[in-house]
Design a protein around this ligand. Structure first.
Ligand code: COA
Length: 257
């Protein structure tokens, strides 16, 4: 049976693998629902001390939200989609147990946003990061406009958001977007070695550190602005053209309306 999320619990470390390798692990609603449920399990299950999120295969962590689900969305539906995605990613960010993104390839759009919602990011040498939504006539909707400036500073974040350019793992390390870059073979091992240290500490202290650090950044209005901007894009012709062009494997022809 096809299982969009694979999970494994070993020595208190819970590994969640997004498992759609033929679609670059793109986040469709099935994956998002499962991610939401599995995070409830993380909160509840006392055997889980910490979490790794990674992608299946060796090409992609997550290449974004599933663009095929964007076709024909209304403003209202765009708003609901972004709100739901942000809520699930808040659940990751506010998890009392540390979550590391083991970024094993492309982390684009929703994939970059998922990695940024985690508490730390470790990348393999082949990883690539970016927020290419503008290529679709869109803006990020799962927190990217808020968390990217927090992690890399506003100037570089704006450049990445407005150009849609991808950066490689070495650049991500230099910008502070990731904590470490290692070979693909060492990726999970590196995440485990950090989590083993954290798992030996007092869980209440760990949870309170996460909570306090999260409070250093309270961008509530910013997140609302993002939902509104994301959903307004769905009233444009350009988003229809951008998403259709991607699915038809051609360059978009934007008209500015
Ligand atoms: N949503 C839906 N499907 C996606 C996807 C996404 N975000 N990213 C990749 N896929 C699908 C492709 O459509 C393709 O499906 P097909 O085999 O049925 O045609 C499959 O995954 C493999 O992708 P492909 O583009 O052929 O691989 P590539 O190695 O040439 O390029 C990427 C890889 C990641 C650069 C490219 O897939 C890409 O640009 N993806 C979209 C990134 C994006 O815009 N994300 C933001 C979304 S908000």
């Amino acid at each position: 049976m096809y299982n969009p999320l694979l999970t494994n619990l070993e020595n208190g470390i819970f590994t969640i693998t997004i498992n759609r390798p033929d679609k670059m692990n793109a986040l469709n609603q099935e994956v998002m629902n499962d991610l939401n449920n599995v995070m409830d399990e993380v909160y509840k299950n006392t055997d889980i001390k910490s979490v790794i999120i990674t992608g299946a295969g060796n090409k992609a962590f997550v290449a974004g939200a599933d663009i095929s689900e964007f076709a024909g969305l209304s403003q209202q539906q765009g708003m609901a989609l972004a709100k739901k995605g942000q809520d699930i990613f808040f659940k990751i960010e506010n998890s009392p147990k540390p979550v590391i993104a083991a970024v094993n390839g492309f982390a684009l759009g929703g994939g970059c946003e998922l990695a940024m919602a985690c508490h730390m990011r470790i990348a393999s040498e082949n990883a690539k990061f970016g927020q290419p939504e503008v290529n679709l006539g869109l803006i990020p909707g799962y927190g990217g406009t808020q968390r990217l400036p927090m992690l890399v500073g506003k100037g570089k974040a704006i450049e990445l958001l407005l150009t849609g350019n991808m950066i490689d793992a070495a650049t991500a390390l230099q910008l502070g977007l990731v904590n470490y870059v290692v070979s693909q073979e060492q990726l999970i091992e590196k995440a485990i070695s950090i989590l083993q240290i954290i798992n030996s500490k007092a869980p209440v202290a760990i949870a309170k550190c996460i909570n306090a650090a999260n409070h250093a950044y309270t961008g509530i209005k910013g997140y609302e602005t993002e939902i509104f901007g994301f959903s307004e894009c769905f009233t444009t012709e350009d988003v229809k053209e951008g998403t259709a062009a991607f699915l038809e494997k051609r360059k978009p022809n934007f008209k500015g309306k």
